[in-house]
Design a protein around this ligand. Structure first.
Ligand code: ADP
Ligand code: MG
Length: 263
């Protein structure tokens, strides 16, 4: 069976800035993979390009369950089963979570709301169903609601970009448990983050370290330990990778993801 997500030699640039430089990744169905990388390594760009955001020059190959992802338009990618979880889930006043889910299922030709009820129980979001989407939810509850929404839509690939950012440690644990609960033989989950502490609560099948626009090493729990103790510098040093001067530059949005956690 084809991998849920396969990426080969992905190169992405904006103008003369190379952001992804030959990224390879394979995520089989049923697995949870973590992509860990410092700010500016290209993690969000990877999500944007896979989900079909325009404005990038893209070369290389990406397939979703064997189908050519890069040639699909944005709607098609979602319909074919690629879903992106947001770092800052938006609030939708006036639209209840239940109505949003019913509409989304309706669009996919699924009728009846049994799946909504079942998944809401599993993710403990039943009491959010009649409230406006994400309205007055805490950071952790919003992320849990996002994961619930994904589980209802049954994607083939769920891309979670820094779903743990801005959360206190209890919320990180809660979100990790929700991600683990979404595990299924029919879904591949890609958890993308800067911080290694989520790996204390989540046990991905594989951890990939991303730097300067490519995956530089992949492994198991031993990589989480190396990151936790020595950070990205330890991995750079072990692999003999020089820091590229331009990777230290920051855009304003990076300041949000840089917020230190109260561990
Ligand atoms: P990460 O999510 O890992 O922090 P990003 O994908 O946001 O990294 O950014 C990777 C690099 O690409 C950074 O150096 C960033 O400044 C640059 N970059 C991202 N988006 C743009 C853009 N629209 N125009 C120019 N450079 C960009
Ligand atoms: Mg990012």
């Amino acid at each position: 069976m084809a991998a849920a997500l396969q990426i080969v030699g992905l190169e992405v640039r904006i103008g003369d800035k190379e952001i992804l430089r030959g990224l390879d990744l394979e995520v089989p169905f049923g697995e949870i993979h973590a992509i860990m990388g410092p700010n500016g390594s290209g993690k969000s760009t990877l999500c944007h390009v896979l989900s079909g955001k325009t404005g990038y020059e893209v070369a290389g190959l990406a397939t979703l369950a064997g189908a050519d992802l890069l040639s699909m338009d944005v709607d098609e990618r979602a319909r074919e089963g690629l879903i992106l979880g947001f770092q800052y889930p938006i609030e939708v006043p006036g639209v209840s979570l239940r109505v949003l889910m019913e509409e989304a299922l309706d669009e996919r030709g699924v009728t009846g709301n049994e799946r909504i009820t079942v998944e809401a129980e599993r993710f403990d979001t039943t009491r959010f169903l009649e409230r406006s989407v994400n309205d007055d939810l805490s950071g952790g509850e919003k992320k849990r609601s996002e994961i619930f929404q994904m589980a209802v839509l049954e994607p083939k690939v769920a891309l979670l970009d820094e779903i743990d950012s801005g959360l206190d440690i209890d919320a990180v644990r809660e979100v990790s448990e929700a991600v683990e609960a979404m595990r299924s033989p029919d879904i591949a989950i890609v958890m993308i983050t800067h911080y290694s502490r989520i790996l204390r609560y989540l046990s991905p099948d594989k951890i990939h370290v991303m730097m300067d626009g490519r995956i530089i090493t992949s492994g198991g729990p031993e990589l989480a330990e190396e990151l936790e103790t020595g950070g990205y510098e330890a991995i750079r040093t072990r692999l003999g990778i020089e820091k590229r001067a331009e990777t230290v530059e920051k855009r304003p949005s990076d300041f949000f993801t840089d917020t230190p956690f109260d561990v």
